[in-house]
Design a protein. Sequence first.
Length: 227
Amino acid sequence: MNILAIDTATEACSVALETEAGIVSRFEVCPQEHSRKLLPMVKSVLEEASVHLQDLNALAVGAGPGSFTGVRIAMGMIQGLAYGASLPIVKVSTLQAMAQQAARLNSCSEVVALIDARMSEVYFGNYMADESGVMQLQNEELVISPEALLAGPLAGLNHYAQAGTGWQAYEALSALTTTEVAVVYPSAEFMLPMAKQLWRAGQHYEPANIEPTYLRDKVTWKKLPGR
């Protein structure tokens, strides 16, 4: 199948296109430049592969969790592309994409992915490989404090690879890292295995029905003195 994936949920901006001829991808860490970089990346991979949007079977989007602004940029872009080419959309977890890449790099079957969620919390997901080598979520993705994570979901886990910015963001978690965390940001290329699996299972959306995954439904803003 022909599928285009995009992700802007973190400081990284990435696009990947898979066709019968192989995978073409772009990846760049470019904080606050996603809206300027994303469309040229999409155009670049399509041109390199000599493919038009109308030749695709589906589009995939990194649906979060991650930066609220970054997730919205990807959502807006994928809706525009989908409406223009009448294509369905597949949602892939940002945490799951990082887990897929970490499993590949570490030749392992279990990964814990953490993204720094700010406000003294992390986005957490624990994944294990299925029989096809696709990382699948165990239990549920959470937004959680490092202390609660250590006392709860992480307490019974052993022999897992680590991915994401959350490990180094908080001292309590960085103490658990024995080696450098190789996968810090998600790459759209590693969304493709999950996207294809979901598309074949019929788990895709019309553009009007796509929703981001924030995990944190409410953000508390501290009022500054005198404001």
